[in-house]
Design a protein around this ligand. Structure first.
Ligand SMILES: Cc1cc2nc3c(=O)[nH]c(=O)nc-3n(C[C@H](O)[C@H](O)[C@H](O)COP(=O)(O)OP(=O)(O)OC[C@H]3O[C@@H](n4cnc5c(N)ncnc54)[C@H](O)[C@@H]3O)c2cc1C
Length: 433
């Protein structure tokens, strides 16, 4: 059963947790225990460097987070897809952990339900979307850093839905997105999932790491010979630090650097986290629908959720909300998502459909104080910010996290790569000393 492995993976986590700061002097502190922080710390440990992961939440994984629902299904509230699965390091790690990889092609690569969206219209939309991407790819790199919306065909009837797609990919509509940055994203087109949850896979990777949980870092003082990392549980001293917290928090200076690092704040401001939220619902008489098929709530506007019916064949619907719609719903609380979903689903499937669905779980990532959003996009004019954010300071402060990835941003494997890169850089600096 999926839940057994997910529970095993989670219970492994207890082993190396540090409950107090008795040993408050280490070689390297890794701030944040998401995919990037875990990858970095594992690399440091392989190089026999004494490190400590300091994590604000009471769990590791960050935006990689699997929960088990009342029926024993593993639900990924954050990342779920192994994007670019054929070159994604988390796929091999999941396999080593004994997790099951589901290779069913994702709903967005297959025809949608035809309810309110006949096949001919789906083809028309698909062609419009591909033409938009082709225009963007052709022109983005040689132009100044324009909003991606510049490349929409002003006469196209599909601009609403093309914008909805942007909210699922980037968490914001195309007018907010740097065309240059978006164009740099590399996607192999292979998308797989983990039955036991991608979040469980990531957090289990932290099982053997020394980690201090429930311990937000408030300030990093880099004036002296040694770094002072001030946390809610006391001060830690270290030679070097790898900061992996989301760019949204760096932009708001929720972690203070003394002296300040205005170039980092500026880079982070250019890389906000978009809004994306998943609502899981149970579905009665699910067999009426094919497994792993999608339905758009509306096809003529951006403010629509997309509904993934029977993910993994389960009697559920996974609804995805993004951009301005998700931001508005977040402001109105969890119930607003279910109400919105029911109104769209009954609009397409008839009034009786409301009796067949019940909410299971949602997490509002934009309201979560330790992420303030789902994943990063670059604002128009900010295509250089990822490089600027990733740049180390004085060979003592290193930066990682999905927002630092030049071509795999917004993803768990992108975050993982940046953690490895930052750790390797740090190790190289120590070796030369
Ligand atoms: C709804 C949703 C769907 C997604 N879908 C996918 C998907 O299908 N596939 C995919 O690859 N990616 C997906 N992603 C994106 C993916 O989850 C993230 O890109 C990735 O997990 C980010 O990892 P990270 O280490 O960069 O950041 P995080 O996971 O955010 O880790 C940073 C850590 O820092 C901690 N922290 C914050 N402030 C402090 C502080 N002051 N002190 C100490 N610790 C602090 C946080 O608690 C967190 O644990 C999705 C994300 C969301 C929200």
């Amino acid at each position: 059963m999926a839940s057994d492995l997910a529970n095993d993976l989670a219970s492994n986590l207890a082993s190396n947790l540090v409950s107090n700061l008795a040993n408050n002097d280490v070689e390297v502190v890794v701030v944040g225990g998401g995919a990037a922080g875990i990858a970095a710390a594992r690399r440091l440990r392989e190089a026999s460097i004494d490190c400590l992961v300091v994590e604000a939440r009471p769990r590791l994984g960050g935006r990689a987070w699997t929960v088990i629902d009342g029926s024993g299904f593993a639900l990924d509230l954050g990342c779920g897809w192994l994007h670019s699965a054929d070159r994604n390091p988390l796929r091999g790690i999941a396999e080593e952990q004994g997790a099951s990889i589901d290779k069913t092609p994702p709903p967005w690569q297959r025809p949608s339900l035809e309810i309110g969206f006949p096949r001919a219209e789906q083809n028309d939309f698909h062609n419009a979307l591909q033409s938009f991407f082709a225009r963007l790819e052709r022109i983005a790199e040689r132009e100044s850093d324009l909003p991606a919306a510049t490349f929409l065909d002003p006469g196209s009837r599909w601009n609403g839905l093309i914008n909805a797609v942007s909210t699922y990919i980037s968490g914001a509509e195309w007018d907010r997105i740097s065309a240059k940055d978006f164009d740099r994203y590399e996607d192999s087109g292979v998308n797989w999932r983990v039955l036991e949850g991608l979040g469980s896979v990531v957090s289990a990777c932290g099982a053997k790491l020394p980690a201090m949980l429930d311990c937000p870092v408030q300030r990093i003082d880099h004036r002296g010979k040694r770094l002072r990392i001030e946390t809610t549980k006391g001060v830690i001293t270290a030679d070097q630090v790898i900061v992996t917290i989301p760019s949204s928090l760096l932009a708001k200076e929720q972690l203070v650097f003394t002296p300040a690092l205005p170039q980092k704040t500026e880079a982070a401001v250019g890389l906000p986290l978009g809004y994306d939220d998943k609502l899981f619902m149970s579905l009665d008489d699910a067999d009426e629908f094919a497994k792993d098929v999608r339905l758009f709530g509306h096809t003529d506007r951006a403010a629509t959720a997309v509904y993934h019916f029977r993910p993994f064949g389960r009697p559920q619907i996974e609804a995805y909300f993004g951009g301005r719609l998700a931001a508005e719903l977040e402001a109105n609380g969890d119930a607003a998502f279910f109400d919105f979903a029911v109104s769209e689903l009954t609009g397409s499937l008839g009034n009786d459909f409301r009796r067949r669905v019940k909410p299971i779980q949602i997490h509002r990532w934009g309201c979560d104080p330790f992420s303030l959003g789902a994943y990063s996009y670059a604002l128009p004019g900010s295509a250089g910010c990822r490089q600027a954010l990733a740049e180390p300071v004085d060979n003592r402060l290193f930066f990682a996290g999905e927002a630092c990835s030049l071509a795999d941003f917004s993803t768990a494997h992108g975050a993982w790569h940046t953690g490895v890169i930052a750790a390797d850089h740090l190790i190289a600096v120590r070796t030369k000393r």
